[in-house]
Design a protein around this ligand. Sequence first.
Ligand code: ADP
Ligand code: MG
Length: 331
Amino acid sequence: MSLITLGQKESHTKVLLLMGSRFELTAISTDQEEAAKAIDSGIAEIKRIEKLISSWNTNSQTSEIIKNAGIKPVVVDQELFNLIRRSLKISKLTGGAFDISYASMDKVWHFDGKMKEMPDSSTIAASVAKINYKNIILNPDKRTVFLKEKGMKIGFGAIGKGYAANKALDIMSKMNLTGALVNASGDLISWGKDEGGKDWKIGIVNPKQKGRVFSWLSINETAVVTSGNYEKFVTINGQRYSHIIDPRTGYPVKGLSSVSIICPNAELADALATSVFVLGKDKGLELINRLKGIECLMITDKQELFTSNNLHLDYIQKPITNHKYQIKIGE
Ligand code: ADP
Ligand code: MG
């Protein structure tokens, strides 16, 4: 995923690394100070969320839950409790394709390019046995989370960025701006109008057709979230494995090269993009076509394009300099 921003008088943008990803926050306002304040508030919000949900920070509530797997329930903030509750809802909706307890595989697969051989199948089998969202036990009265089995882990890699983008944009939209956009390395959500007073528009670009917009999407108050296997992956024996794990097998999923979900909620879009990756083309499209107000665009690993029934793209092939934002699909 990549983004291009042209210098505009009233558009203020900050790019920085948050949650291990490149975040870009844009505020539209004639008041430069207000724009800077809005961006800083958005950043503070993302940092706050990162603290709560990070599983690599050993002091986070999420780490506390993991440390107590198979031992005891842990009392957490309502916010984290609710995020886990929503995650479990998405697990149900997707028949377990989305599962935050995928994280027990973290020690098996490393997507930093260092892995050279396949993990052995018994290691995978031992870890995959720990994946099961039904063993994440919530007690709303006590506000506790309990991972039933020892060795279970949870991780918000497929939903956290979307959640943070929602929350940051929410805060920015309450300030004196005419528009705002948060882009969390490909998880993009906008509010209001762009600096020309028009609906935010992004161009979808297939990197194979350099310099050409493949289609426009008007993304007013809508999130566009793309999961692709071209950013994080591992190559073993010439075969590319994505960082999205099939919770049923413990192996990285195959078949799709990029999935974009378009809907008003960045968190839901984030989680569904990952889910569709796991479900694959047919089951993924079937799911999205059942859901109202949620659309999907996917590229298979054979570079074929498929969209959900209600997503109509105009194939207008324009030079990319005519727009500010672009998402890359495919490889
Ligand atoms: P991107 O990094 O492109 O935004 P995703 O939003 O699809 O990717 O999130 C992928 C991340 O989600 C993985 O790196 C991992 O942390 C986590 N994950 C992998 N498989 C699953 C799964 N089946 N369910 C939930 N989370 C997953
Ligand atoms: Mg996702």
